[in-house]
Design a protein around this ligand. Structure first.
Ligand code: ADP
Ligand code: MG
Length: 632
C-alpha cells in the first residue's frame, strides 16, 4: 500500500502528516521527533546527515552544513546575493545565473538539498506507518512566485514523490482548523518560525480560501531570540571568567543548543536553569556554565524582536482593508508563537481576540496539507479546498479590446478555449497578447506575456480558426497556447505569477474597473460596432467580387460607395451613430446582393465579435487581426 502525506517544508523545520483513522496526524521521524530540522550536512568522510544530526554539528562544519535552503530555492543568484552573505556555506551562480550551493567544489541545486529533506521525511514516515509514502501535498509561503513553486515541486519529484499539489502555508493552516467550511470569514494567520515572519489575511468560506494580503519580515524568527540568549549567557560568562565562549565553535554550538532549550522552556515556565559543564578550560582548569534565566529577563532581551512583528501585521491588515474588528479568527503558526509575549502582542493587535492554537503551531501547516492530500485522494469528502483566479484572463482583440477567456474568481484548475481568426486576408501570423484585469480596453490591463503564432495558412480574413487555450493548473501556473486548427501550427507560453499577484494590485484593478464600468462599456460598444461594420464591408466586397458582372450595376455602385464610406468611418473612428447607420445600410445591400443569385456561396454571417491579437505580421498597429469566434 502507498500513502499520501502533507509536508510542511519549512525554512528551519519540516513536518510530515498523514491521514490516519479519520484524521490528519503528524508522523514522528526516526529519532522520534515530530519536527525535523531542515538541515543537510556533508561531512569530510563523504557521509551525509539530514535533520537533527546535521543540525547538531552545524557550527563545527560551517561550510558543509546547509540550512535555510528555502531562501534560495527557485531563485536567481542576483536575487539572493545579500541573502547568500548571511549563511555560512557558499552560494554561487551556475552558468545560467541560478543560485547554487557549493560544497567542496560540488554544486548542488537548492531543489536537491530540499529533496534530501523530503526523502528523509517520507522514508521515516513510511517506516512508521508501515506503508510507503509516495504522494504528497507540499506547502509554500503565500508570497512564493511561480519559479519558487515550480522548484519546490521539482524537489518533490527529485525525492521520488508525486507532488499532488503545492498549497499556501496560511491556506493549509486555515484548513487544519476547518475554517473553509464557515460562511464567510476574515482570518489572520500569524506565522513566526525559526528565521522568518509571515502574516496573511485570508478570506475563507464555502470551500474557498483566498489570500487577500501578505506581509512579513524575511529575517525575523526564533533564531534571533536564541541569539539574544546566547549573547546574554556569553557576556555573563565573560564577566565572571574573562573568556568569550563565542570564539570557540565547540562551545558556541553547545551554547546555541542550550539557549534554544531555555527559550522553549520559558514558554511554559517562568524560570529555567542553563547547565553546561566543561564548556571550556583555562590554566586554572575546566570551567562550567551554570545560570538561571528568568522569563522576565528573556522578555527584556527580546522585547524589540516581538515589537518588530507589529509593522507587518498592520501592513497586511491595511492592504486587505480590514481593521481589528473585521477579523473573525486569528491562527497562530510557527514554533515561535508559543512565546507568551508574542501571543500577548497578537491579542493586542487583533482587538483582544483569543488566537486559535489548539492545533500545534509548528504542526498546523503539515496537518492542513495532509487534509488537502486526503481530499485529493478521496479519503476526505467533507472538505473542499479551492483556489480562485484573482483577476480575469484574456487576450487582446481587434480594436484594442480585452476579450476575457477566464473570468475573475473562477475556481482553479481551469482550462478554457476560444476560437479566434485573422483580420486581414492571407495574414500569416497573429500576435497573442495575454492580459489580466477587468478593464475593457486592452491597454488598461496588465500584460502577462505575448507571443506570436506564425505559419497560418494563407486564407481570407476570418477563415483561419485559431484556438487560444488557457490552462491554469492547481498550483496557479498559467499556460496559454494558440493553435491554427488547420495547419496544427502551435505556439505557447507559460506565465509566472498569474495568480500570486499582490492582493493590493488585485483590489486596485477591480476598483478601477468598477469606477470605469460605464465608460468602458461605452468603449466596448463603440469598438464592437466598428468591428462589425468593418467585417460587413469586407463581406460585401467579397460578395461583389464573387458576383462579378452578375451584380446589377446600380447595386454595385451603391455597394462600393458604402464599402468605401464604411472603411473610412472605421479608420476615422467615426461616432457610433454614424457607424450604426452605415451598418444598417450595408446590411440591406448585402441582403440584396445575396438575393441576386440563390446559392451564392458568400456567407452572410455577421456575427463577428472580437478579434484575436493585436498587430499582424506586418506589425502595424492598425493592421489588427479580426476574429470570428465560436463560443463553444
Ligand atoms: P519554520 O517554519 O521557520 O521552519 P518552525 O515553525 O518550526 O519553523 O519554528 C521554529 C522555531 O520555533 C525555532 O526557532 C524554535 O526554537 C521555535 N520554537 C519551537 N517551540 C517553541 C516553544 N515552545 N517556545 C518558543 N519557541 C519555540
Ligand atoms: Mg513554517
Amino acid at each position: 500500500m502507498a500513502r499520501a502525506a502533507g509536508i510542511d517544508l519549512g525554512t528551519t523545520n519540516s513536518v510530515i502528516a498523514a491521514w490516519e483513522g479519520g484524521e490528519a496526524s503528524v508522523i514522528p521521524n526516526a529519532e522520534g521527533s515530530r519536527t525535523t530540522p531542515s538541515v543537510v550536512a556533508f561531512l569530510e568522510t563523504g557521509e551525509r546527515l539530514v535533520g537533527q544530526l546535521a543540525r547538531r554539528q552545524a557550527i563545527l562544519n560551517p561550510k558543509g552544513t546547509i540550512y535555510s535552503v528555502k531562501r534560495f530555492i527557485g531563485r536567481r543568484f542576483e536575487e539572493v546575493e545579500e541573502e547568500a552573505k548571511q549563511v555560512t556555506y557558499d552560494v554561487v551562480p551556475d552558468e545560467h545565473g541560478n543560485a547554487r550551493i557549493k560544497v567542496r567544489d560540488k554544486l548542488y541545486a537548492p531543489e536537491e538539498i530540499s529533496a534530501l529533506i523530503l526523502r528523509k521525511l517520507a522514508d521515516d514516515a513510511g517506516r512508521n506507518l508501515g506503508e510507503r509514502v509516495t504522494e504528497a501535498v507540499i506547502t509554500v509561503p503565500a508570497y512564493f512566485n511561480d519559479a519558487q513553486r515550480t522548484a519546490t515541486r521539482d524537489a518533490g519529484k527529485i525525492a521520488g514523490l508525486e507532488v499532488l499539489r503545492i498549497i499556501n502555508e496560511p491556506t493549509a493552516a486555515a484548513l487544519a482548523y476547518g475554517l473553509d467550511k464557515r460562511q464567510h470569514e476574515t482570518v489572520l494567520v500569524f506565522d513566526l518560525g525559526g528565521g522568518t515572519f509571515d502574516v496573511s489575511v485570508l478570506d475563507v468560506g464555502d470551500g474557498v480560501v483566498e489570500v487577500r494580503a501578505t506581509a512579513g519580515d524575511t529575517h525575523l524568527g526564533g533564531d534571533d531570540f536564541d541569539r539574544r540568549i546566547v549573547d546574554h549567557l556569553a557576556e555573563q560568562f565573560q564577566k565572571e571568567n574573562g573568556i568569550d565562549l563565542r570564539n570557540d565553535p565547540q562551545a558556541l554550538q553547545r551554547l546555541y543548543e542550550a539557549a534554544e532549550r531555555a527559550k522553549i522552556e520559558l514558554s511554559s515556565v517562568t524560570q529555567t536553569q542553563v547547565n553546561l559543564p566543561f564548556i571550556t578550560a583555562d590554566a586554572s582548569g575546566p570551567k562550567h556554565l551554570t545560570m538561571t534565566l528568568m522569563r522576565s529577563t528573556f522578555e527584556q532581551l527580546t522585547a524589540d524582536l516581538v515589537e518588530r512583528t507589529m509593522g507587518p501585521v498592520r501592513q497586511a491588515m491595511s492592504d486587505a482593508k480590514v481593521g481589528p474588528d473585521d477579523i473573525d479568527e486569528v491562527i497562530l503558526v510557527g514554533g515561535s508563537t508559543r512565546i507568551p509575549a508574542v501571543q500577548a502582542l497578537v491579542r493586542r493587535l487583533t482587538g483582544g481576540k483569543d488566537p486559535n492554537m489548539t492545533v500545534n503551531p509548528d504542526e498546523v501547516v503539515a496537518v492542513g496539507a495532509a487534509i488537502q492530500a486526503g481530499v485529493l485522494k478521496g479519503d476526505v469528502s467533507d472538505v473542499l479546498l479551492l483556489d480562485v483566479t484573482p483577476l480575469s484572463l484574456g487576450v487582446e482583440t481587434q480594436g484594442g479590446l480585452m476579450t476575457r477567456i477566464v473570468e475573475r474568481n473562477t475556481t482553479i484548475p481551469v482550462r478554457r478555449s476560444e476560437t479566434f481568426s485573422t483580420a486581414a486576408d492571407n495574414q500569416p501570423a497573429v500576435d497573442v497578447v495575454v492580459l489580466q484585469g477587468e478593464r475593457e480596453r486592452a491597454a488598461d490591463n496588465r500584460v502577462l506575456g505575448r507571443f506570436q503564432l506564425t505559419n497560418i495558412r494563407p486564407a481570407p480574413r476570418g477563415e483561419p480558426q485559431i484556438e487560444v487555450i488557457t490552462d491554469i493548473d492547481a498550483n496557479g501556473i498559467l499556460n496559454v497556447t494558440a493553435r491554427d486548427k488547420d495547419t496544427g501550427a502551435e505556439q505557447g507560453i507559460t506565465i509566472s505569477e498569474s495568480t500570486n499577484l499582490d492582493q493590493s494590485d488585485v483590489e486596485r484593478m477591480v476598483r478601477e474597473a468598477e469606477q470605469n464600468r460605464s465608460s468602458d462599456q461605452q468603449l466596448r460598444e463603440e469598438v464592437d460596432a466598428r468591428n462589425q461594420l468593418d467585417s460587413l464591408a469586407y463581406q460585401v466586397q467579397r460578395r461583389l467580387d464573387e458576383l462579378g458582372d452578375a451584380a446589377p450595376s446600380h447595386e454595385r455602385s451603391r455597394a462600393e460607395m458604402l464599402v468605401a464610406d464604411a472603411r473610412q468611418a472605421v479608420a476615422d473612428q467615426a461616432p457610433t451613430d454614424r457607424v450604426r447607420e452605415l451598418t444598417d445600410e450595408l446590411q440591406q445591400v448585402l441582403a440584396g446582393l445575396n438575393a441576386v443569385s440563390a446559392g451564392g456561396g458568400g456567407s452572410a454571417d455577421a456575427s463577428v465579435g472580437a478579434g484575436a491579437g493585436a498587430g499582424g505580421a506586418t506589425g502595424g498597429d492598425d493592421d489588427v487581426i479580426d476574429a470570428e469566434f465560436d463560443r463553444s
